[in-house]
Design a protein around this ligand. Sequence first.
Ligand SMILES: Nc1ncnc2c1ncn2[C@@H]1O[C@H](COP(=O)(O)OP(=O)(O)O)[C@@H](O)[C@H]1O
Ligand SMILES: [Mg+2]
Length: 404
Amino acid sequence: MKTQSQSRSLLVVSPRAAFVEIITEVFPKSDNNRVKSSTESFTAMNGRAVDLVFGQDVVIIETDPDDENEVNALRDLLSHRDDDTVFLAMTKSDVSITKARKLRDIGVDEVLPLSIDGDGLKAVVDEQIKRRRTAAQSTHTGPAALGKIIPVTQARGGAGATTVAVNLACALAADRSSMFHKAERNRVVMLDFDLQFGNANVFLDLEDNGGFLQLIESAEEPDDHFMVSTLQKHGQGVDVLCAPLPLVPLQSLRADLVETMIALLKRRYDYIVIDLPRAVVDWVEPVVKQASQLLLVADTSVPCVRQARRLIDLYREENVGLPVEIVINRDQKPFIKSEHMREAEKVLETRLQHWLPDNPKLARSAVNLGRPIVELKPRSDLSKAFARMAAEVFAKEQIKRKTS
Ligand SMILES: Nc1ncnc2c1ncn2[C@@H]1O[C@H](COP(=O)(O)OP(=O)(O)O)[C@@H](O)[C@H]1O
Ligand SMILES: [Mg+2]
């Protein structure tokens, strides 16, 4: 990998637009900086601040240590802090040592006077980033991530791939703890690789944060921090990479970039669920190559089954042993398979493994509200089917783990 010492993601928080502008000039885009800003105070942002600071290398806050509400809001935020993020407070130059110390006590890494010049600020930022990263490397003691790649694709438009990707990701991330058993939660990320028509964000009520486009446009290979800064946290415990809002050419994503993204995410996440585009493009290759299984959403109609067969053949060219699981959407699992279902299994040379019942009313309100089905109506037939699907995916890993 290339050296990444210069790449920084920053969030600037100040009520003054002029302040934001000066900081943005100190950390220009041409020098590989990604600067976001907010002119809202932490008090006004309330709980939303956690999402905003998530994954940033540095948060620079212009603050008045005499504003008790703001200091309290900052303290709350810092109690949830992501260990990888550096927090710098900038205050007027005549602030007392006691006040400055108070900011340090609540977790601010450094308190700087507003009179500092650009080079000085840059030096402090780089030194703090370096310190954080070294500390993070030496104290990372959590269990290794499973790093399972699960692409989801469709045998016809509207088959339900996005519905499956979104709800499977949420079901995999669900808390499996019970009264008697404390379970580790799966770390799950969902990538919307349906570059041009991706709408997973709508299903999850998220706005594109521009992260995917930054990845595509960056001249540098992304590093871990850059990758994480493009993700958004969803309430159901899933981190999400939204498809870019502006329409970009399919070819603007490159196979080498996808490979790097996946390599970075595999180290952090147990499950990487990917909504694939319907198009056949070369950058799908690294996804398919590394997939631990592929979910193909279809129905049992003849044209759909035929298309599914063609897709399976295509994907197996990249990954000969790839387990492809068929998801039959909008159909109950029958007690006795009909002739055409048996025929479909013969054509596909696999069992029709997952079945999702038709529930247009629930599917529609989930999309309209921007809430995953499994969260909106956890007891519904559809949610139970997703929970079963997630349990099967999860069980497979447990078995593999025990036997390896
Ligand atoms: N099991 C289901 N029952 C009823 N409606 C569904 C079901 N699965 C998906 N839908 C609806 O069908 C539409 C297309 O689904 P979507 O997941 O966007 O398909 P794709 O991503 O394959 O194009 C959406 O409006 C979705 O809410
Ligand atoms: Mg879709």
